[in-house]
Design a binder for this molecule. Structure first.
Ligand SMILES: *[C@@H]1O[C@H](CO)[C@@H](O)[C@H](O)[C@H]1NC(C)=O
Ligand SMILES: *[C@@H]1O[C@H](CO)[C@@H](O)[C@H](O)[C@H]1NC(C)=O
Ligand SMILES: *[C@@H]1O[C@H](CO)[C@@H](O)[C@H](O)[C@H]1NC(C)=O
Length: 365
């Protein structure tokens, strides 16, 4: 028992800030200290929830699921989480017409250093995922600052019409500290998703889309990880990725720049994809990689056409590849409708073994 526990109090301020909703009056509430046991009553009675200087007990989710429509959640001060080996998530949000906001200077710290062992989600300590946005519809997440994620950061699953903007993910301490699989945004089974004006410092995909339609990733900065990825697609319950734009983004000091990868021997479709106005700096392995030969244990070397990549536009992608890296690698089957222009990468080397490039598309290795 520590003295902080005594501060685990809800402050109800049901005064002038209250707003009438569906005939009932719902209050502004603040949750602080080191207990979240009051959360379910707060969710029922408060339309504005401030989470301030809270330490979430080890092994518990800050459970903001089932929020009433119209609720605003504001993170303020420093939010921490007790350390425990478990799968998480540390935070989970669902509902409709929800605003998740961060007050100036907010810091949501996952305590990654206690978990990082260089193995990420593939072994070693069991690590909690950070932020689950599941069935979060017609909502906005903005201005929050996430630090030191144990493993994957945002899982956006089954969401419709969600905008994430001006968010910071800073796992840069994991670069030398054993951070691994710290994906910025993983998207599946979702539509009308926009992620913009955000910065991601991590050690795995900045963005990975496994399935979904109408997804926009704009004005974002990705540093230290594996770049921006569609896929891997195939072999799951939903294997369709359609209508994705990645625009005005910068990828720096990363293994890859931009990628589309589909899984060998599976079925699905990837269509209507645009990468435009992208700057790549100091890319280690591959600047632009489009492959249909992915397996969990690496690249097969021959592509299958069960997940054809259709209507892939790549326009104005410029930058630098490190020596030893590859500028452009394309190994696909059944691709069509591509339009490539303005690809200008320097450094690195040309790929060998490219195949399946649609003729007349302007794409080349
Ligand atoms: C959000 O949308 C998903 C997918 O359309 C749906 O399954 C879910 O019930 C919706 N959730 C809410 C809270 O409206
Ligand atoms: C998307 O959600 C926003 C609230 O974030 C809402 O204002 C807008 O009407 C929604 N758009 C659609 C097409 O549902
Ligand atoms: C590809 O683009 C063509 C021409 O714009 C369009 O007619 C077709 O429907 C698109 N196909 C897909 C799968 O997006």
């Amino acid at each position: 028992m520590n003295s902080l526990a005594l501060l685990g109090t809800i402050f109800l301020a049901a005064s002038s800030l209250s707003i009438p909703l569906d005939g009932e009056t719902r209050a502004s509430c603040t949750l602080k200290g080191s207990s979240i046991s009051d959360l379910s009553s707060v969710k029922k009675s408060c339309s504005s929830i401030t989470i301030q200087d809270l330490t979430v007990p080890a092994g518990q989710t800050l459970d903001l699921t089932g929020l009433k429509s119209g609720t605003t959640v504001t993170f303020k001060g420093t939010i921490k989480f007790g350390t425990k080996q478990w799968a998480g998530p540390l935070i989970s949000v669902s509902g409709s017409q929800i605003t998740v906001n961060g007050a100036s200077g907010n810091k949501i710290d996952g305590g990654g250093a206690s978990y990082w062992d260089g193995k990420g989600g593939n072994g070693g300590k069991t690590k909690p995922k950070f932020f689950k946005a599941g069935k979060l519809n017609h909502s906005v997440i903005k201005n929050i600052n996430i630090y030191n994620s144990p493993v994957h950061v945002f899982s956006i699953n089954n969401c419709q019409n969600l905008t994430v903007q001006s968010v910071l993910i800073d796992d840069s301490k994991g670069d030398s500290g054993g951070g691994h699989n710290t994906d910025g945004f993983d998207i599946s089974d979702s539509s009308q998703i926009t992620i913009k004006n955000s910065k991601i410092y991590n050690q795995d995909d900045c963005l990975a889309i496994n399935s979904g339609t109408d997804i926009h990733f704009e004005n974002n900065y990705c540093k230290g990880g594996h770049g921006i990825s569609i896929g891997s697609v195939g072999g799951r319950s939903n294997n369709v990725v359609k209508k994705v734009t990645v625009k005005n983004c910068e990828v720096v000091n990363s293994d890859n720049g931009i990628r589309v990868k589909t899984i060998y021997g599976t079925t699905g479709t990837v269509s209507d994809i645009t990468f435009q106005d992208i700057t790549l700096t100091n890319i280690n392995k591959c600047g632009i990689s489009v492959r249909g030969d992915y397996t969990n244990s690496g690249s097969k070397g021959t592509a299958t056409d069960g997940v054809p990549i259709k209507n892939l536009t790549v326009k104005n992608v410029q930058g630098t590849i490190k020596s030893g890296g590859t500028r452009v690698m394309i190994l696909v089957k059944g691709a069509s409708g591509w339009k490539w222009s303005g690809v200008s990468l320097s450094g690195g080397k040309a790929a060998s073994g490219c195949s399946g490039i649609p003729s007349g598309s302007g794409a080349k290795c």
